[in-house]
Ligand binder design. Structure first.
Ligand SMILES: Cc1ncc(C[n+]2csc(CCOP(=O)(O)OP(=O)(O)O)c2C)c(N)n1
Ligand SMILES: [Mg+2]
Length: 358
């Protein structure tokens, strides 16, 4: 099976052609909000001493979450790994509930029990936030199975990293996705590194990670994460196939992360050079490129861009204030909203139906 689409004219694709100026500016606003949220979270992590556990930052990859998730309708579902602050904000979660979750507060989206890796919003079809590398791939398959079983014209966007493609669970999921023709779209966010291991040291087949889908007779495509238009055009094509024909797709989106693997990245100076990071920041930054594009199209001024950025920074600071003023979780609630419910004979535990209950 061949790559789906050679998109040299992504901006002219119907799904982009119909975009209003407001919508295009909204994408910029969303990317800036993600970047400011994370910069603020990092500063708080390092200075306040009130954020525990991991913090995997998404800076540099914003166009992937914003571009792909801008296409979702009410029956489309989303599941991701642990580097998913961007996806959470892009599906419409508030900075307040996300920041409060980082601070472990009861007002957090997971009531302060999940932390950075476990943002969750079932009301927005956002099923987390998973720390086991590749663990989200069979879950994405299950969400797609649920959609098909219920006869809904939706799909599941399941995000994974370039390191996760070597996990067995992913290949088992691809096999079943093809065998049962399930509307799942695996989106490999290829930021070139898994922790401190570069792609050429971790993957035997170098050319294109998405091309492995051919072994399962699944359609695939390669996408430049620098170009929001291309991200949308190619993702939409995959979504249409999922909606109309219930076929799976694998998309690989080329991107880059600016910060270390997480706040602790012991070998940060050893596995890539400062020059490489600088190159991506200055020449390939998806936010700068989108901003420039909107200016070239004559729909954005530099002053408006600064205004959007300032508003995003202020929103993030306000979220910190909200988080710090929020209460810690009540110790008596330690066993609520966790899997121990299965053992405690709740209705969900008795029926085995946690999701898709109606
Ligand atoms: C099953 C499993 N093995 C190892 C780890 C430790 N680990 C956490 S993140 C990571 C690297 C994954 O890299 P990639 O899939 O490229 O995602 P990225 O961090 O670049 O977003 C590893 C090995 C884990 N969490 N789960
Ligand atoms: Mg990676």
């Amino acid at each position: 099976m061949e790559a789906l689409l050679e998109t040299r004219t992504a901006a002219d694709a119907a799904i982009n052609h119909e975009l209003t100026s407001e919508k295009k500016i909204h994408f910029l606003r969303q990317m800036l909000r993600i970047r400011r949220f994370e910069q603020t979270a990092l500063k708080q992590y390092q200075t306040s001493g009130q954020i525990g556990g991991f913090l995997h930052l998404y800076s540099g990859q914003e166009s992937v979450a914003v571009g792909t998730l801008s296409l979702c309708g009410e029956d489309d579902h989303v599941v991701a790994g642990y580097r998913m602050h961007g996806h959470a904000l892009a599906v419409g979660m508030s900075m307040n509930e996300c920041m409060a979750e980082l601070f472990g507060r009861a007002t957090g989206c997971s009531k302060g029990k999940g932390g950075s890796m476990h943002f969750f919003a079932p009301d927005k079809n956002f099923w987390g936030g998973h720390g086991i590398v590749g663990g989200q791939t069979p879950l994405g398959l299950g969400l797609a199975f649920g959609l098909k079983y219920k006869g809904l014209k939706g799909c599941c966007l399941c995000y994974l990293g370039d390191g996760a493609v070597n996990q067995g669970a992913y290949h088992e999921s691809l096999n079943l996705a093809a065998l049962w023709d399930l509307p799942v779209i695996y989106i490999i966010e290829n930021n070139q590194y898994s922790m401190g291991t570069s792609q050429d040291r971790s993957s035997a087949f170098q050319k294109c990670l998405a091309a492995r889908a051919e072994a399962y007779d699944i359609a695939w495509d390669h996408v430049s994460g620098e170009d929001l238009y291309e991200v949308r055009a190619k993702t939409w094509q995959a979504m249409q196939r999922a909606h109309a024909e219930s076929h799976p797709t694998v998309l690989e989106i080329a991107t880059y992360r600016y910060y270390g693997h997480s706040v602790s990245d012991a070998n940060a100076k050893k596995y890539r050079s400062p020059e490489e990071i600088e190159k991506y920041r200055t020449l390939h930054d998806p936010i700068q490129l989108w901003q420039q594009r909107l200016m070239d199209e004559g729909i954005l001024t530099a002053a408006q861009a600064t205004e959007l950025d300032n508003a995003a920074a202020a929103e993030a600071e306000e979220a910190v204030r909200f988080a710090k003023e929020s209460p810690l979780p009540n110790p008596a609630d330690i066993f609520t909203d966790v899997y121990s419910e299965v053992d405690r004979q709740t209705p969900a535990g008795r029926t085995g139906k946690f999701f898709f209950n109606d």
